[in-house]
Design a protein around this ligand. Sequence first.
Ligand SMILES: Cc1cc2nc3c(=O)[nH]c(=O)nc-3n(C[C@H](O)[C@H](O)[C@H](O)COP(=O)(O)O)c2cc1C
Length: 132
Amino acid sequence: MALLFEPYTIRNVTFKNRIVMAPMCMYSCDKEDGKVMDWHKIHYGSRAVGQIGLLIVEATAILPEGRISPQDLGIWSDDHVEGLTELVELMKQHGAATGIQLAHAGRKATVDGTIYAPSAIAFSDQYKTPAE
Ligand SMILES: Cc1cc2nc3c(=O)[nH]c(=O)nc-3n(C[C@H](O)[C@H](O)[C@H](O)COP(=O)(O)O)c2cc1C
């Protein structure tokens, strides 16, 4: 039990405890531009206040067509830097380390326009057929 609250170091990063939050999509960008909103700062910030050691930000799309949904967070544009930086600063203020899951939804993307995947095979009949 005590081990859970012991710090540990991997290379040059020291985590204050062994509590890790898995990346969990929140589908909460209401402007559909992939930008961090106050909502994300409150959501992730409150986990940091709660003393999480490592917080991995939800699957964040490397391309707009690679979003699971239009509400996904994005990291495909320099316009995303400011909000993501603010998020990391917030984590640092509360002593949490931050990771991010870089993501491309492939054939499970549900956005307008063409979607892309390694093969032109739809995930199911609920999904679009991607371009190869
Ligand atoms: C609300 C929710 C959102 C999730 N979003 C992601 C995600 O963005 N990326 C991912 O790899 N897994 C995602 N998952 C899967 C969780 O990371 C996964 O359930 C967890 O790693 C499994 O851990 P467990 O086997 O200890 O339950 C999500 C799960 C939930 C409940």
